[in-house]
Design a protein around this ligand. Structure first.
Ligand SMILES: CC(C)(COP(=O)(O)OP(=O)(O)OC[C@H]1O[C@@H](n2cnc3c(N)ncnc32)[C@H](O)[C@@H]1OP(=O)(O)O)[C@@H](O)C(=O)NCCC(=O)NCCS
Length: 151
């Protein structure tokens, strides 16, 4: 899919909250996004349609991460439903992994619900491996898998 990847910053808080609301039943609001974007080491990318004459770019996905010392972590990753299965998340994840490695991180971590087949498929295809499990972490019933990829 043709897209641009734009680095994230605090001015994106409202936009990210709007995208998050369209993908999750427990959305993170603008204030929460603003706090995450303001954390030391926070970084990420916004995926959008390319600028066209007479048409504003349409944002349709993002990845938000944090780097601390020699580790990085994916905090959020989503792609709006009509834009899925086109390689958008894979491109966002690739960009985040490159940025983490360039910044000196030796590994990337993330948490994913054990029943999230789409995200699990994405992360395992990208080379992540399970290194831990938090029992009944989501909603008191769904396990969270802790995944890691060495950089
Ligand atoms: C998970 C998510 C980000 C994937 O986004 P996407 O842009 O559709 O993913 P991609 O097209 O880049 O897929 C890359 C690979 O991931 C895997 N994958 C993606 N969606 C999948 C699905 N529904 N079922 C199984 N595997 C899937 C496949 O291996 C795929 O490669 P392929 O298309 O060549 O088979 C998207 O489904 C989403 O936003 N879900 C809701 C939010 C969410 O769960 N975020 C992750 C929280 S940890």
């Amino acid at each position: 899919m043709t897209m641009t990847l734009e680095p994230l910053g605090p001015p994106h808080a409202a936009l990210l909250a709007g995208l998050h609301r369209r993908c999750f039943v427990e959305p993170w609001d603008e204030a929460a996004m603003g706090s995450l974007l303001a954390m030391p080491g926070a970084y990420g990318f916004l995926a959008a349609s390319p600028e066209q004459p007479g048409a504003a770019p349409v944002p349709f996905g993002f990845i938000l991460c944090r780097r601390a010392a020699d580790e990085a972590e994916v905090l959020a990753l989503l792609v709006l439903p009509p834009f899925r299965r086109g390689g958008v998340a894979a491109a966002l994840l690739d960009a985040a992994l490159v940025e983490a490695a360039d910044g000196g991180a030796a590994a990337m971590f993330l948490e994913v619900a054990a029943d999230n087949d789409a995200a699990g498929g994405l992360y395992y295809a990208a080379g992540f491996a399970e290194v831990g499990r938090r029992h009944r972490y989501y909603g008191g019933h769904t396990d969270a898998l802790v995944l890691r990829k060495d950089l």
